[in-house]
Design a protein around this ligand. Structure first.
Ligand SMILES: Nc1ncnc2c1ncn2[C@@H]1O[C@H](COP(=O)(O)OP(=O)(O)OP(=O)(O)O)[C@@H](O)[C@H]1O
Length: 290
């Protein structure tokens, strides 16, 4: 699939978003759109503002300026749970699962926001509550098959290998029935085999489930292979947006990663947009309320 949003209503429209913390401009005039079924990546050096963009989209941070539309509706100022219920699901840099619960139970929790029946029916296992529970279980079983989690289904998540836990977290986001997925460093800390598995699942989510995604990731090889379009940010400023081949040869991108001297040299390095794996780990963002 090629990138772009021509002729289709975007899922997300971000316009001139600026987010400041005391003395730090985390996002400076970000403008981008993400199309239906598009895999859109955001890359940039540590501290460039990538996670802050996720936090603005999902309602955790409220920017001082700009506009954010999700599925044609203004979402700035909405609470995170309201935006999630509208269909924006998210995975995190650091796995956020209930370690003592099984894979199935963690996935069932992903269905929670879809519960629409009252307390009475739910307490007495009646009517809509029961059929909804059955529908939720069926949806969770589909996800277990899709992500090849069957052999782990009844294990407490905390006992599973790291790569499988990341897959369960992805499964929990899918269980919400998302209309947009935000993936925050989906392969951070994974070995090669786990990374390849995750790459395959991400592509299947786009191509089979037709769910658009925004992915923040430091593994440059993965981003260049998977993304339809890439936005590069540096010090909060989006410096370019384009298909991987364009982004890779953009001198401003090379400069952002390596500094002025390398901008025209095209030298390959572990940490460049031309390289295979940046592989840096990130300081996570915490705090900040909308
Ligand atoms: N809650 C906060 N309070 C103050 N400053 C913050 C907060 N959240 C983020 N920042 C600052 O905003 C800037 C962008 O941070 P952000 O975490 O969005 O970058 P990032 O590109 O995701 O980095 P990394 O790749 O390391 O995860 C940084 O200078 C960071 O210190």
């Amino acid at each position: 699939m090629t990138g772009g949003t021509a002729g289709e209503s975007p899922v997300v429209e971000v316009e001139n978003v600026t987010l400041r913390f005391k003395g730090v401009t985390a996002i400076n005039g970000a403008t981008f759109t993400v199309g239906p079924q598009e895999l859109f990546a955001i890359i940039g050096p540590n501290g460039a503002g990538k996670t802050s963009i996720f936090n603005v989209l999902s309602g955790v941070y409220r920017p001082q300026e700009g506009r954010v539309q999700f599925l044609g509706e203004d979402v700035l100022g909405r609470r995170p749970h309201t935006i999630a219920a509208r269909g924006m699901a998210r995975t995190f840099q650091n796995i956020e699962l209930f370690e003592n619960l099984t894979v199935i139970d963690n996935l069932m929790l992903g269905r929670a926001h879809r519960v629409r029946y009252g307390m009475f029916a739910s307490a007495f296992w009646l009517g809509p509550a029961r059929s909804s529970e059955l529908a939720d279980r069926a949806a969770v079983e589909d996800i277990v098959d899709f992500l090849e989690l069957a052999q782990y289904r009844n294990f407490p998540v905390g006992l599973l290998p790291y790569g499988v836990q990341k897959r369960v977290e992805l499964g929990r986001a899918l269980a919400m029935g998302p209309r947009l997925l935000l993936l925050d460093e989906p392969v951070a800390g994974m070995n090669l085999e786990e990374t390849e598995d995750m790459a395959r699942f991400i592509l299947d989510i786009r191509d089979e489930l037709k769910i658009p995604m925004i992915m923040v990731e430091h593994d440059m090889g993965l981003v260049m292979d998977l993304a339809d379009r890439i936005m590069v940010v540096d010090f909060g400023v989006p410096i370019t947006t384009g298909v991987p081949a364009e982004v890779q040869r953009n001198p401003d991108v090379i400069k952002a990663y390596l500094g002025e001297d390398h901008a025209t040299g095209g030298r390959r390095s572990k940490n460049t947009a031309n390289g295979d794996a940046a592989g840096s780990t990130a300081a996570s963002t915490t705090g900040g309320e909308s």
